[in-house]
Design a protein around this ligand. Structure first.
Ligand code: ASP
Ligand code: MG
Length: 424
């Protein structure tokens, strides 16, 4: 057991007074068993959305210090209630806002990045047997403004705190949520999806970037950088979930005797080629033809898109005798901004085709590095299931294709079984 353990609870875990009381019961039980928890919580479920809704009623476009001050307040409520529940059970607890812990961030309101954390208050409290109950999602900038870390940012608070604590004591990080584990595919889409006992940070980062919403991507980046082990598990069940590990487990040195019977970490001995199938149904594709040839056009077009804040995902381009053929994908939210940007570049609207109901399907796995032929199998499966491909992209550990949304389920199921991921 690590000396300290950061335990993060999401909105559903503190979604009502009953849930807060039962969370307190569980924490008290674990403390009696010898655990030294540093608790991080999100706002009660729905609360951050409610607060954002209030601000948007007044001015939907406002962003700035008042916005962050407002939306950070949900966590102030949940940490206080949990601390009261712990005190009622005879456990000393101290609720802490971001500024009280010196969670210093930059001043990018609504998307701030953590720069440093002062762990002295944590060690002082733990030394006096007081449980720190930390507000997730918030920090403070140089000018003492309250900042927030972006939606889902409490995960990032938890992992950053564990990373900071690790400098002085061993510390794991448990993230409790309403799903019991990371799955080989979204179980709502692929009924044969299985739970993964472990996966690498690298795979988890790809999966988060490709549409899996189980963890805030920035928390996985921090875990990878500082070597924090994340255990993602269910608030409502006692069993193990998925370990997200900083490095691919070293198979040469991992002794089966230690990894096999271990109650804390279940390492997969045989690395599968593909670890998971992920998808993002929120994709749209712009196809442009013909547009002026040459890289200058591309440079100006993508610069304009970037300046409007459009995140372009996959791009394909080819030159033909009639001009340049270009296609790129964006998320659905970015369609209006993309249209605006394109207006000046491609005046003839007949040269622009927008396909809205698209989805991105991907296979991810560090095992791909050592196994040739994954792309061939990927395309063969899509061909066999009669799924037309609009765009493709690959990296060392993933292959993604943009397909029609109507074909998503079929494609996901076929890929899942092709790569041996189906549960028995
Ligand atoms: N309460 C914040 C949100 O809803 C942070 C979090 O839940 O992680 O985005
Ligand atoms: Mg979350």
């Amino acid at each position: 057991m690590s000396e300290l353990i950061v335990k993060k609870y999401g909105g559903t875990s503190v979604g009502s007074i009953e849930r807060i009381e039962s969370l307190a019961d569980r924490l008290v039980k674990e403390i009696k068993q010898g655990q030294k928890p540093v608790v991080v919580v999100s706002a009660m479920s729905g609360e951050t959305n409610r607060l954002i809704g209030l601000a948007e009623k007044i001015d939907p476009d406002y962003r700035g210090s008042a916005y962050d001050m407002l939306i950070a307040s949900g966590e102030q409520v949940s940490i206080s209630l949990l601390a009261i529940a712990l005190q009622k059970r005879g456990v000393k607890a101290q609720p802490l806002l971001g500024f009280q812990l010196g969670i210093r961030t930059d001043s990018t309101f609504a998307k701030a990045r953590i720069q440093s954390i002062d762990t002295d208050p944590i060690f002082d409290l733990v030394g006096k047997s007081v449980v720190p109950v930390v507000a997730g999602f918030q920090g403070v900038d140089e000018d003492d403004n309250i900042t927030t870390l972006g939606r889902g940012g409490s995960d990032t608070t938890a992992v950053a705190l564990a990373a900071a604590i690790q400098g002085r004591a061993s510390c794991d990080c448990e993230i409790y949520t309403d799903v019991p584990a990371v799955f080989t595919a979204d179980p709502r889409l692929v009924s044969k999806a299985r739970e993964l006992p472990s996966l690498s940070c690298e795979e988890m980062m790809e999966m988060a970037a490709l549409g899996s919403k189980v963890l805030h991507i920035r928390c996985v980046e921090i875990a990878a950088k500082y070597g924090v082990k994340i255990h993602l598990r269910s608030t409502f069940e006692e069993r193990e979930g998925t370990w997200i590990l900083p490095d691919t487990p070293d198979l040469a040195t991992a002794s089966p005797a230690t990894s096999k019977g271990s109650s804390t970490m279940n390492i997969q001995i045989e690395q599968p080629v593909v670890s998971a199938v992920t998808h993002d149904a929120n994709t749209a594709v712009f196809k442009l033809f013909p547009v002026p040839t040459g890289p200058d056009f591309l440079a100006r077009l993508f610069d304009t898109l970037a300046k409007k804040g459009v995140v372009v995902d996959i791009i394909t381009q080819s030159e033909t005798t009639e001009g340049q053929r270009l296609a790129f994908s964006v998320t659905k939210e970015d369609i209006p901004l993309s249209r605006q940007a394109l207006k000046d570049f491609v005046p003839n609207s007949e040269h622009i085709t927008l396909i809205e109901n698209m989805a991105k399907i991907s296979v991810v796995g560090v095992g791909m590095r050592n196994h040739p032929g994954v792309a061939a199998r990927f395309f063969a499966v899509l061909a066999k299931t009669d799924v037309p491909i609009h765009l493709v992209t690959t990296s060392e550990i993933k292959i993604s294709a943009v397909i029609e949304q109507g074909k998503l389920k079929e494609a996901a199921e076929a890929l899942h079984s092709e790569f041996g991921l189906d549960k028995a």
